[in-house]
Design a protein around this ligand. Structure first.
Ligand SMILES: [Zn+2]
Length: 288
């Protein structure tokens, strides 16, 4: 699903007001992602200064989207033209799982994709328990089994990710807020500073008990092997090892969003002159 908001203010916290809503047809999103999928062939290592690459992004998008109306008579080609003419100076992009499905990453919430099927032997009380901090504290194996399927490195960024990088290179991207934990924005070359990973990241990990960070190659090895890793930090008082489970800094149910999200969101939405949401309905389905 794609939505485009112009001249928006605090739309996340004030969703129904102060905004002009351009696109709201859900079919736009699915068509877009199909097009992204079929036209995405660029390398994830493309240079940010490469004019040809920039042109390729716009041409691919223009070709896919030029005739498409995204609502209120505004077409993708008009939007891209406005962007290329730098009519917007501070664009916020909000992304969700939908922009990564064309990379081949299954949405782990979708039953029948294989991811949850792998977890059946764990008799999870509910599907999302694999990402529940209280469940993980007692039974980390289910997460460690799933992690290697969803951790970054297996899939390349899509054209959508390169489009976000393109906005970054034109210096008109204020920030990209992503709900995704697949790391594809980073792989596309987006700077840390321009990225808010609202649901955390696999890039760093720590002990859930003493919060001591763990080196990436150590946790990655454990995740790939599917073997839960325990903290080996020596406790000062007893001299024994901490023993807490190590978890990547992705946000589990029962945990708060990263401080960076709360710090930036209000000031960013005050500055924002265009907000595009891609691959998300912006609704988080809670388990009960
Ligand atoms: Zn520890």
């Amino acid at each position: 699903m794609i939505k485009v908001f112009r001249r928006t203010n605090c739309f996340v916290t004030n969703f129904g007001r102060n905004r002009s809503f351009i696109g709201k047809k859900s079919t736009v999103g699915s068509h877009f992602h199909r097009q992204m999928s079929s036209s995405s062939s660029r390398s994830s290592t493309s240079s940010s200064d490469d004019d040809d690459s920039d042109r390729a992004v716009l041409e691919a998008m223009g070709k896919s989207m030029s005739q498409m109306t995204i609502g209120s008579g505004y077409t993708w080609s008009a939007l891209l033209e406005d962007i290329s003419e730098e009519k917007f100076k501070n664009i916020i992009i909000l992304t969700g799982a939908g922009i990564s499905t064309s990379a081949g990453i299954p949405d782990f919430r979708t039953k029948g994709t294989g991811l949850y099927d792998n977890l059946q032997e764990y008799n999870l009380p509910y599907a999302e328990a694999v990402f529940d901090i209280n469940y993980f504290r007692n039974k980390p194996q289910a997460f460690y089994t799933l992690a290697k399927e969803i951790m970054p490195g297996k899939y390349p960024p899509t054209l959508t990710h390169h489009f976000i990088k393109y906005l970054n290179d034109k210096e008109i991207l204020l920030r990209c807020y992503t709900q995704n934990i697949d790391g594809l924005e980073r792989l596309a070359g987006l700077d840390d500073e321009k990225l808010v990973e609202a649901h955390g990241t696999f890039a760093t990990s720590r002990c859930i008990k003493c919060h001591d960070p763990v080196e990436k190659d150590i946790i990655d090895k454990a995740l790939m092997a599917g073997e839960p890793l325990q903290c080996s930090k020596k406790l000062k008082k007893s001299g024994k090892e901490c023993g807490g489970w190590i978890k990547p800094d992705i946000v589990f149910f029962g945990e708060g969003l990263p401080d960076r999200f709360h710090t930036l969101i209000e000031e960013d939405f005050d500055k924002c002159d265009l907000c595009i949401t891609m691959g998300t309905s912006l609704y988080v389905q809670e388990h009960v």
